[in-house]
Design a protein around this ligand. Structure first.
Ligand SMILES: C[S@@+](CC[C@H](N)C(=O)[O-])C[C@H]1O[C@@H](n2cnc3c(N)ncnc32)[C@H](O)[C@@H]1O
Length: 256
């Protein structure tokens, strides 16, 4: 686990991301995920060359769960993380929130098949519909690039109990330029291939470029940890795998 110490103007960086991508976040993502829901899990297995479950197991290994804990999975999609948490610690309760009814419907079916229950909430995560100090654990995987992060990370801090932990996993911009270029070429081919095979609708096809641009304009693992500290989180840390392409962060809400 590492960290960086230079001061970053997060508001300015977030303004740039918002200016570039807000129209996609507001208008194109929901119809895209409504379409992607039917092949989301399959496409991830293909694009990761079968490593999807390994990625998840690496993330799960960073998450500390005790019986009785209340966990919230933000941008839960098809409930992959909620299901993995319940398998790891059946004594917890898991609440999910996502804006896409279709992704959550796929997630509800997936949990039901495994005999698991995850409370589903449909809504925008920039304003979480939960009281302050509600959860022991909050998770967020593969969705930060689509969000105004200062707001969402702030909301997550608000709903965490003092001392509770936020666990984050996402594909980030690799620090090495050559790795970064090869990574984008690979992602572009994967997105085109899976969208073609699955017969994607125009909305999800039009998001293909965005999915890559959103990574390019995103934060490095060190910068993301700095943002968590900047927002008042404590005991922060991160680790990267795959030459910085994937990062796992953890951060606690300051105990009272
Ligand atoms: C790439 S999927 C990740 C799903 C899941 N966390 C996983 O790891 O498989 C991104 C999810 O973020 C959701 N999402 C994007 N923007 C959102 C917002 N503003 N509010 C709620 N959900 C959002 C999408 O609907 C989608 O289900």
């Amino acid at each position: 686990m590492g960290s960086a110490s230079q001061a970053i103007d997060f508001s300015a960086r977030e303004e740039i991301r918002e200016r570039k991508f807000n129209h996609i976040w507001e208008q194109q993502l929901e119809p895209a995920f409504a379409d992607i829901a039917k092949y989301y899990d399959w496409a991830n297995h293909v694009a990761s060359l079968g490593l999807w479950n390994w990625f998840r197991s690496q993330f799960m290994a960073t998450i500390d769960l005790k019986s009785g804990y209340k966990a919230l999975d933000v941008c839960a999609g098809t409930n992959a993380i909620g299901i993995a948490m319940l398998k790891k610690q059946p004594g917890i309760t898991v609440t999910a929130i996502d804006r896409s009814e279709a992704m959550q419907e796929a997630g509800r079916k997936s949990a039901q098949k495994k005999g698991l229950t995850i409370e589903s909430n449909i809504g925008d995560v920039h304003k979480l519909p939960f009281p302050d100090n509600s959860f022991d654990v909050v998770t967020l995987q593969f969705a930060s690039r689509h969000l105004r992060l200062l707001e969402v990370f702030g909301e997550i801090n608000r709903v965490l109990k003092p001392g509770g932990y936020f666990y984050h996993c996402d594909m980030l911009r690799p620090a090495n330029k050559t790795v970064e270029s090869l990574y984008y070429i690979y992602l572009k081919a994967c997105l085109a291939g899976t969208a073609f095979i699955a017969g994607s609708n125009p909305e999800s096809k039009s998001c293909k470029k965005y999915f890559i641009h959103a990574i390019r304009d995103f934060y490095s693992a060190e910068e993301l940890e700095e943002m968590l500290k900047h927002l008042g989180y404590v005991n922060t840390g991160h680790k990267t795998v795959f030459m910085g392409m994937l990062a796992f962060h953890k951060a606690a809400k300051k105990p009272e």
